[in-house]
Design a protein around this ligand. Sequence first.
Ligand code: FCB
Length: 452
Amino acid sequence: MNVNDLRFPADFVWGVATASYQIEGAVDEDGRGPSIWDTFASSPGNIDDGATGAVACDHYHRWEQDLDLMKRLGLNGYRFSIAWPRVIPSGDGAVNQAGLDFYERLVDGLLERGIAPFATLYHWDLPQPLQDAGGWPQRGTVDAFVAYADAVTRRLGDRVAFYATMNEPWCASFLGYVLGQHAPGLRDHRLGLRASHHLLLAHGSAMEVLRANAPGSRHGIVLNLNPAHPASPAPADRAAAERFDGFFNRWFLDPLLRGSYPDDAWRGYGDAVPTIEDGDLATISRPLDFLGVNYYSRAIVADDANVPWPAVRGLPPKGTPTEMGWEVYPQGLTEVLLRLQREYELPPIYLAENGAAYRDELKNGSVDDSERVSFLEQHIAALHEAMVHGVDVRGYFAWSLMDNFEWGHGFEKRFGLVYVDYETQARIPKRSASWYAGLIAQQRGAKGAVRS
Ligand code: FCB
C-alpha cells in the first residue's frame, strides 16, 4: 500500500492538533489563573519525569514561528485548544480580555496563512477555583462552562471555522476522577460518572450559545474511541469486550447521538449512576455539525469478576507497541468508523487526533522517525478505506504538530512531527514532517475525489 496512490477529496482538511496546557507555557502571564493541571503536575509523583507545563514549548511566545512552520508544511487546518483559565481565571467570574487577545492573534494569524482554525474549548485545563468548588461532578460547572463558551465565541465568532466543546470526555472524567491518572487525580467511581454526565451536559448546553454567537461556524465534540476485542472466543470474554465497549465508547456515543445512556452500562454501574434531570438528555443530544474522532489503538480485554463494572482486565498489546505501550492497529480505525456508520445517524466526521510516540533521537541535526511515518501511512490508508465504504470523513489531524507535555508522562513521550529541543526551544522537523508535507502537496496537486 502506498498512500500516495490513494485519492482524497480536493477540499479535505490536512491538519495537526495540539492542546493549550501541552504547548503554551506562560502559566502566570497576562492574567492566566491556575488550572487543575498546574496543581496536579506540581504535586510530586503525579508526572513521570516530575515536569510541569509551566514552560512546555513556550508556544505562548513563539506562536508566530509555529504558525509559519505549519504554513511551510502546507497544512490547511490547525486544531488547538483554548485555555479556560486564561479567559476566565476564576472559572466563573470576570472575563480576562488579555487572555482572549492571545487567541484572537492566533486565529487571525492562522487565517492570514490560509489555515482553518479548529478550536477546542475544553482540553482538560479546568480553572482550579472550579475544582475547589467540586469540579465536574458539580452541576454548577456546566453553567460556568456555558459562560466561558459565550465569552470565547463573542470575541472570536465565526473566524473560527470549527468549535469543539470537549476533547475526550472519557479521559476528563475517568482518568481524572476514577483512575487518578490525570488531574484532578481523584479515585471515586461516583464522582467520575457525575463528571461524565456534566461534561456531556456542558457540551449540549454550550451548543446553543455557540450557534447564536458563531452562526457561520460548525459545532461539535471530539471523542476518543477504541474498538474492544475479546481476549479469547470464550463467551465470557466476548461479553467482557461488549461491556468495555459500553464503558468506553457507548457511554458517550449513545447520549450524544441517541439521547440515552446504554442500558448495560447503566445497570452495571448500579447505584453509582449520575442523577439526570428532566431535559438533560435532550440537551446532550442536540444535533452536531461534526463528530471528531480520536483514534490511537484498540483494547483487548478478558472477563474479570474481581474488579468493578465493566469487570474486565486489559491484555498486553500484540506486536511491537509504540512508546506509550499501545498496539499499532490501523485496521481498528476502519472498524470504528464503519461501526459508527452502521449503528448511528452520523454528522460528518473529522479524524481529530491520530499519532504515535516513539523514541526519537536527534542525530546530526535530524530525526529519522521512520516508525512514525509508517504509523501515519497505515492509519491514513485505514481512514481512506472507511471513506471508500461511504463514511463521510472531511479531515485528518496528526497528533501532534510538535513534541509536547504528554500529561502524566511529562516530556518523556514524543508525539511530534516536529522535534522540540526543550533546552533551546528549537523546532526541528522530523522525517515524518517532510513526509506529511509531501503527501499534502501531492494530494492537493492530484485534486481527487475518493477512490482507491
Ligand atoms: C489524547 C489527548 C492528547 C494527547 C494524545 C496522545 O488522549 O487528547 O492531548 O495527549 O492522547
